[in-house]
Design a protein around this ligand. Structure first.
Ligand code: SF4
Length: 213
């Protein structure tokens, strides 16, 4: 465990250098917008969702507006995101729950966030980490599952189990940055097919590194 913690410390140090600011690539200006953007981003690229949300967020100012929205009109407003029927229903259900149980505000605990329809632990962690600056867990998405496993830090196959292991290894003060930088590294360098090991800042400490040269 202590050897793993030392490796995590070094990985964290290098990733902080490469990705100085913790970021999420979806555009938003408050926790509710990030919830909506995250729902829309399922099965689609953040860059596509960022083309939809400026007009959407101007038109619908908060949960009450989505509750009152005409279903067909909302579907039209988000159709570029794909699966727009399911997604429009999900946004309406989420908004209704916020209006009914939370006075239209996004709750500030993970336990409450995961009671919202369509919101699992990963999205709850994204919203808490990046819209509220509160670290209650680590975001484990598809990039984390791949990169963490390649780095030899965890062999867990499910997000929940991997998150618990990583919460033991990464100091809590680094959880938000770790969540951000592993996702960015997975998107930009340690990509699913043909990871760019030659250009990777971690290649001398990664057990999965290979060289093209
Ligand atoms: S060395 Fe290769 S496999 Fe290891 S983290 Fe970097 S890109 Fe991924």
């Amino acid at each position: 465990m202590s050897e793993l913690k030392e490796r995590v410390k070094e990985i964290s140090r290098r990733l902080k250098k490469q990705y100085p600011e913790p970021i999420v690539e979806l555009d938003f200006s408050d926790p509710f917008e990030l919830l909506v953007a995250s729902l829309l981003a399922a099965q689609n690229r953040d860059t596509t969702i960022n083309k939809i949300t400026p007009a959407l967020f101007r038109k619908y100012r908060g949960p009450a507006d989505y509750v009152a929205a005409d279903q067909a009109e909302l579907e039209q407003d988000i159709h570029l995101s794909g699966f727009f029927r399911q997604k429009s229903k999900a946004i309406k259900a989420l908004s209704q729950k916020l209006v009914d149980d939370f006075d239209g505000e996004v709750p500030k605990t993970l336990d409450e966030l995961v009671t919202l329809p369509g919101i699992g632990r990963k999205t709850a962690n994204v919203v808490m980490s990046f819209a509220m600056g509160i670290a209650e867990g680590i975001v484990v998405d598809v990039h984390h599952l791949r990169v963490t496993s390649r780095l030899g830090l965890s062999s867990q196959k499910t997000a929940d189990k991997m998150e618990r292991e990583m919460m033991e290894l990464v100091p809590k003060r680094d959880w938000i940055h770790w969540s951000s930088s592993i996702t960015l590294h997975g998107r930009r360098v340690c990509v699913a097919r043909k990871p760019k090991c030659d250009a990777c800042t971690l290649n001398d400490i990664c057990p999965s590194a290979f060289s093209d040269s």
